[in-house]
Write a protein that binds this ligand. Sequence first.
Ligand SMILES: NC(=O)C1=CN([C@@H]2O[C@H](COP(=O)(O)OP(=O)(O)OC[C@H]3O[C@@H](n4cnc5c(N)ncnc54)[C@H](OP(=O)(O)O)[C@@H]3O)[C@@H](O)[C@H]2O)C=CC1
Ligand SMILES: O=C(O)C1=N[C@H](C(=O)O)C[C@H](O)C1
Length: 242
Amino acid sequence: MAVIGAAGRMGSEVCRAVEAAADLDLVGRFDVGDELGDLAGAEVAVDFTVPDATLGNVLHAVERGVHVVVGTTGWSDERLDTVRRALDERPGTGVLIAPNFAIGAVLTMKFAAEAARFYESVEVIELHHPDKVDAPSGTAVRTAELIADARRDAGVPAGPDATATSLAGARGADVDGVPVHAVRLRGLVAHEEVLLGSVGETLTLRHDSYDRVSFMPGVLIGVRAVGERPGLTVGLEHVLDL
Ligand SMILES: NC(=O)C1=CN([C@@H]2O[C@H](COP(=O)(O)OP(=O)(O)OC[C@H]3O[C@@H](n4cnc5c(N)ncnc54)[C@H](OP(=O)(O)O)[C@@H]3O)[C@@H](O)[C@H]2O)C=CC1
Ligand SMILES: O=C(O)C1=N[C@H](C(=O)O)C[C@H](O)C1
């Protein structure tokens, strides 16, 4: 196993988790400025870097037949297609990209998609530490997309909203018709709320990661599974059979 972004908040936690796992060997740690080379001979690389670097790292690994587990956010459909094309040249190699490896966050996305068709209104609030460089979070974007898909499939119209005038940003970002609000606050790690409402009731789904260890079981599940899943998998839910 090799870790790219090994000096970062997540990468260092992944290194600790791999070192504590009896069935995994940490053979390489790479961070900004390091030559990836043959990735120290690793069979699987884990990438927790920055949106601008992750695609290049993934392509580097795939070209060498190294499976990759990616937690870095900021993936567009176009970038995912680039990975798919690279994987076509390397049948047998697997890439797993997941915006969130915390089991509870994956379940929240699933539950939100289940609930979405039953409510008139739905909004997403994500809350993170202030050192995070992207907003809204990859998890919130994915959550909103899953909600929007479910509502489209069920023919649910857009949520009611009489706002006629507002300060820019007051109603959040529009992700596929779902308002997404981002909070940055010292003391937080990674948190998400999905608010659903109809006349006379609301449902609130909330997930809290208080510590980055919360992502490690999911990352290790991904590392152990990725070699058995050739091609591109987007979302840990597929590995968990949800
Ligand atoms: N999927 C999930 O479950 C989770 C995903 N994330 C995502 O993971 C990513 C990383 O988060 P986090 O660990 O908090 O961020 P950090 O900034 O703490 O870590 C990123 C690390 O990558 C390094 N880096 C930057 N560019 C490169 C490069 N080209 N090659 C190798 N290393 C590089 C950075 O170095 P330097 O600081 O010197 O630039 C830094 O050490 C983010 O996109 C975040 O959203 C976070 C938590 C959970
Ligand atoms: O940067 C973070 O911290 C996190 N990033 C991921 C995201 O953008 O969704 C996952 C989690 O929210 C923590």
